[in-house]
Design a protein around this ligand. Structure first.
Ligand code: HEC
Length: 260
């Protein structure tokens, strides 16, 4: 966990700080942080950039383990604990989501082998190519560069990894659009329709563009073996899955669901 917290601060495409020393001196500028760090990690911890950086990563990782960071208080979680009841539509969506007969969502978006695990993260943390189309607006801004996903990682050179992206968690997904690594879909319902197009000959049009679904950005190795395994979804089931995905919203973000 702490190792993971070290990365984004100095990653050029994330927070882009030049190095660990720069991060430590930024933290030191704030006298409150300076005091708290010294009281927890030792008086001279921020005088050494390695020790200071390790302490910063440790503090973030510790925060990520708290119930403030992982409250497990969405309607999904509350229903699991018997505190509330889901609506019949949400209940239908939940059944569809976790069933291998009606959808294949949980082949990728389920960590625990037992379906209703109280700390389910809704990702198996694997990398998959699901055939997401390029986002033309984004391409226009980055010189039409294709995004090869995992294969763009300098440490990876196996062409079979082209177009794979990490399966994301679906917690809070209803309030964190746009969707996919490139933001190609604005609406959660479009994402569900996108999956259905693999199995439903009627879903040929992307409702956001009014055009045919775009070709996969990286067409080789799309995981069709998994994606083409479900029956077509009638609209009622699409809506139920969207309603279910909304139940994965932490209580503090529920007000953001209004008007969607
Ligand atoms: C083969 C594995 C796989 C299956 C099956 C699958 N997903 Fe995904 N899902 C992914 C991957 C990988 C991404 C990220 C793709 C990207 O960023 O380009 C994703 C992205 C998403 C997103 C967008 C998340 C975001 O924050 O952008 C939603 C919503 C979603 N999936 C819901 C579902 C639902 C609902 C189903 C079942 C109908 C499903 N998925 C089936 C692998 C899968």
């Amino acid at each position: 966990m702490a190792k993971q917290a070290e990365g984004p601060l100095v990653n050029p495409v994330e927070m882009a700080m030049p190095d660990s020393a720069a991060v430590v001196s930024r933290v030191k500028e704030n006298s409150r942080y300076d005091n708290v760090f010294r009281s927890i990690y030792g008086q001279d911890v921020l005088n050494d950039s390695d020790k200071g950086y390790a302490a910063i990563a440790d503090a973030i990782a510790t925060f990520e383990k708290t119930s403030m960071f992982m409250p497990f208080d969405s309607r999904y979680d509350r229903a699991l604990r018997g505190e509330i009841k889901l609506t019949p539509q949400e209940e239908l969506g939940k059944t569809l989501f976790f069933s291998q007969q009606f959808t294949n969502c949980n082949a990728c978006h389920q960590l625990s082998s037992s379906p209703f695990n109280p700390q389910e993260t809704f990702t198996n943390y694997e990398y998959r190519n699901i055939g997401v189309p390029a986002n033309p607006d984004l391409m226009a801004q980055n010189g039409n560069k294709k995004d090869f996903g995992l294969l763009d990682n300098p440490a990876i050179n196996d062409p079979r990894q082209a177009g794979k992206f990490k399966v994301p968690s679906l917690r809070n997904v209803a309030v964190t659009g746009p969707y996919m690594h490139n933001g190609v879909f604005q609406d959660l319902r479009t994402v569900v329709l996108f999956y259905d197009k693999y199995n439903n000959p009627k879903r040929v049009i992307n409702p956001e563009t009014g055009q045919l679904w775009g070709e996969p950005e990286v067409p080789e190795k799309v995981d069709l073996a998994t994606l083409e395994k479900a029956p077509a979804l009638p609209d009622r089931r699409v809506d139920a899955i969207v309603a279910f995905l909304k139940t994965l919203t932490d209580q503090r973000y529920e007000p953001l669901l209004n008007g969607q």
